[in-house]
Structure formats: C-alpha cells, structure tokens
Design a binder for this molecule. Structure first.
Ligand SMILES: [Zn+2]
Length: 121
C-alpha cells in the first residue's frame, strides 16, 4: 500500500477502464457531477443538501455518512476491507481494485434501479 507518487498514480489510472478512471478523477478533484452540492453551484439544483440526511450532498457524504446509500455503502465497505484496505479515501484512491469498487458504487447511483444486492466477490 503506502503512498504513491503522482507518476505512479497516473500510471495506475491509465490502466483502468475509462469509466473507472473518470470516477477516480472526479473524486480526486472533488467535482462529481451528480453530487447536489456541485449541481447547486452551477444552478442545476435548488439545494446543495441531500433530501434524505439534510447534509451537503458530497462524495464523501455519500460514501461515509448518507443513509440514502446505506446498503451500497456497506457493500463498498466490505469490498474495501476485503482488499485489506482501510475504509478511507486516500487508501481507496491509490488502489486499482478499490477504484473499481468506487466506480460500481457510483454507477449504481446513476441508474433508476436499486443497486444489486446479495452478490458476493
Ligand atoms: Zn444523504
């Protein structure tokens, strides 16, 4: 695990599928287009707050706190622990498999269907 240089990080990102890479980039930059706080800034939404928990709808809120994504968050957490990582952004962002799991986490949120549950690795 350990810290990555930006070159190492870039090299790892280059190997990832495009969707995964763009989620990683969005998370790193803090500009995730579906987060309400981001949409609010560009007047695409009338409130930056999550309708469920009333906290600012940010990436970290979705992953670590929001009740709305409880089930998906739990699933993600299990995947991360399964990789032997701590459930913290800095570790997840420097691990290829963790990034893929993050991508799955967000990909499911784009869909109108509930995230698939019960599947295991
Ligand atoms: Zn929420």
């Amino acid at each position: 695990m350990g810290r990555m240089t930006s070159t190492q990080a870039a090299r790892m990102l280059n190997k990832l599928p495009r969707g995964t890479r763009s989620v990683a980039t969005h998370i790193r930059s803090g500009h995730f287009p579906t987060a309400k706080s981001y949409r609010f800034r560009f007047k695409l939404s009338d409130s930056p707050l999550c309708s469920k928990c009333n906290e600012v709808d940010s990436i970290t809120n979705r992953i670590f706190r929001c009740r709305k994504f409880d089930q998906a968050g739990l699933f993600l957490r299990r995947r991360i622990y399964g990789l032997g990582l701590r459930f913290e952004m800095k570790y997840m962002l420097s691990n290829e498999e963790a990034l893929k799991s993050l991508y799955e986490f967000f990909k499911n949120q784009h869909s109108t269907h509930p995230p698939a549950s019960g599947s295991s690795t």
